[in-house]
Design a protein around this ligand. Structure first.
Ligand SMILES: [Zn+2]
Length: 60
């Protein structure tokens, strides 16, 4: 059985940086996302991988 990747990814709004982004399915041009915080809608989105514990990486 294939093992599931343990990394989780989070989508971030490129406009306000919020993670409150939802994927709008069914677009003919591809994936379209919508930010519920600033109402950004578009296919450009930031995606960041999270470690297993869900905490963001620390910057030294
Ligand atoms: Zn936003």
């Amino acid at each position: 059985m294939p093992r599931k990747p343990r990394r989780r990814s989070v989508l971030l709004c490129p406009q306000c940086g919020s993670a409150n982004v939802t994927l709008i399915a069914g677009s003919i041009v591809g994936q379209v996302y919508r930010c519920r915080r600033c109402d950004y809608v578009g296919s450009l989105i930031l995606e960041t991988d999270l470690p297993e514990d869900g905490t963001p990486p620390k910057n030294p």
